[in-house]
Design a protein around this ligand. Sequence first.
Ligand code: HSE
Length: 280
Amino acid sequence: MITVRVPATSANIGPGFDCLGLALNLYNTFYFEEIDDGLIIEGCEPEFCDENNLIYVSMKKCFEKIGYEIRGIKIKIQCDIPVSRGLGSSASCIVGGIIGANEMAGGVLTKEEILELATEIEGHPDNVAPALFGGMTVAIQEGNQVHYSKVNIAKGLKFYALIPNFKLSTEASRGVLPKQIDYKDGVFNVGRVALLISALTNGELGLLKAACEDRLHQNYRGVLIEGFQILKEKCEELGSKGVFLSGAGPTMVALAEEINEKFYIEILEFLKTLKETWVV
Ligand code: HSE
């Protein structure tokens, strides 16, 4: 039996649309076994237990790339990452499936090749890179190649994921984005991505609020998320150093200093006053 544990991820981190991401300490665990014949999937809704299952599709692509003939597969899933919340549950399935398949086939692919295959399946590298390498990553595509770099975040900061009980599909959330953006908005984001990485690395927490702002996606998506603006303002009032939408949403992430011990308690109290149920 092969066991693979893959973290949830938060993509974009404000201005870094489709390129920045970080791993969170929340995980999906996958158990793989080669069997004599067929496909058995356990641990998810019956409608996902067939050949279209993303874990299985990702495994098949990996076997095809390696040229490995598999007899049959049993996949058991322990799913702790909520689905359609902007926490990279799809990326975890893709990365988990490829790693499981690669191990079954004798560990032929390097981590870089796994990243490239995962990016090809997902369409962008911002979730799959931190799901694979952990920590915070910058990842971009150049043709079929994916270039990535890890960001060493300075100590003293905590990332709080505020997760609602309602879903927002990535498809719907990408659907509200404009086809073109103004040159000024491009410039706005370029500067902030650079500032964000530098400030996180140097521990310049006072710069993070401005550095988390963005004009490529958050304003368009915010209107789809009940409580987005109120929560952002409340987090700032409670001393958060920066707030952003996690991936395509609806989860939001607040950055707070480790020494701000009250933040967790106070934001939990505030979330109880909202119409929808949120957990931290
Ligand atoms: N960068 C992606 C987006 C992450 O914002 O749409 C979600 O898949």
